[in-house]
Design a protein around this ligand. Structure first.
Ligand SMILES: O=P(O)(O)OC[C@H]1C[C@H](OP(=O)(O)OP(=O)(O)O)[C@H](O)[C@@H]1O
Length: 282
């Protein structure tokens, strides 16, 4: 079948965006369309220019025998701000407040469209970093970790709070749980991470930082390098938080359980995307 350029561009766009951070050999498109490499390279240039002008992402080509084209999600500030604003609108609903100053977020974590958008946003924040795996703690962080890992085209390592025979041999650490205020255990199968892996840690909520600190301690047991920590929501003004080097989409503060009220404001993710820095964590 002979493809017109417009038809090739439609297929190429769909294929690249559904395989983020995956090198697609040029020969794949040459064979698919029975087109000369030069013609395919012109097609890719068109896709690249539109993606970068519209803030959809980067299209990078590598020459040589093992060369090809890779789509790297990197959404622009406008799109990032839209995602944060939509997330803020959803989070602000009053009946989310739970005892202990937590917010009900399972509906958000279970929203595939929201997770997909936020996955692109977090992948954008860490675009260019070398990441071998995304790490999270069961349970609510799992959908977020999968969304981010899909955009980065890496694996997900889920830390459990219990030891299961189905996990094979494991490594465990104790930590002070955020929600139960007691010593709990984090367990990770030895099979999930290679020694020295570079990992991005994600979670839904950061309060006192006990969970994230536990994750970091567990990563030390794997000699893994924590490239970054990204949370959806952080509780502002938490005294003596044991951990302060993270990115967040939103901050909640002035939590008033009696009046069922709380304040939501932007976290540091937009600043981080804009100029790769994090304002001082409060
Ligand atoms: O910063 P901290 O004070 O540690 O609190 C944040 C923890 C607590 C809560 O998880 P849990 O409700 O413990 O567990 P699950 O994700 O299974 O709901 C949340 O998902 C974070 O992981």
């Amino acid at each position: 079948m002979k493809f017109k350029r417009s038809e090739r561009l439609v297929f190429m766009t769909q294929h690249l965006t559904s395989h983020p951070n995956q090198l697609i050999p040029l020969t794949y498109f040459v064979d698919k369309f029975s087109q000369a490499k030069s013609s395919i390279s012109e097609d890719i240039k068109i896709v690249k220019d539109v993606f970068e002008t519209e803030g959809i992402g980067l299209v990078q080509t590598t020459a040589g025998a093992g060369g090809g084209v890779t789509f790297r999600p990197k959404i622009d500030h406008v799109r990032s701000a839209e995602i944060v604003a939509r997330f803020m609108e959803v989070l602000k609903t009053k009946d989310r407040l739970l005892p202990g100053g937590y917010l009900y977020m399972s509906d958000i974590m279970g929203d595939p469209h929201m997770m997909s958008d936020i996955g692109k946003l977090i992948a954008t924040m860490y675009e260019g970093a070398t990441i071998d795996a995304v790490v999270t703690v069961a349970t609510k962080g799992i959908s977020l970790a999968n969304a981010v890992a899909r955009e980065l085209n890496v694996s997900v390592a889920v830390i459990r709070k219990d030891n299961k025979v189905t996990e094979g041999s494991t490594v465990s650490v104790n930590y002070v749980s955020g929600s139960t205020r007691k010593i709990e255990t984090m367990v990770l199968s030895k099979r999930t991470l290679k020694e020295g892996a570079k990992v991005l840690v994600v979670d839904d909520f950061l309060r006192a930082g006990g969970s994230i600190t536990g994750v970091i301690n567990l990563m030390e047991e794997f000699s893994a390098q924590v490239v970054g920590v990204s949370v959806l929501v952080e509780a502002k003004q938490v005294e003596n938080r044991r951990f302060n080097d993270y990115t967040s989409l939103l901050k909640v503060s002035e939590i008033d359980e009696f009046n069922q009220s709380f304040v939501v404001e932007e976290g540091n993710c937009l600043e981080y995307i804009e100029n790769g820095t994090k304002e001082h964590q409060s």
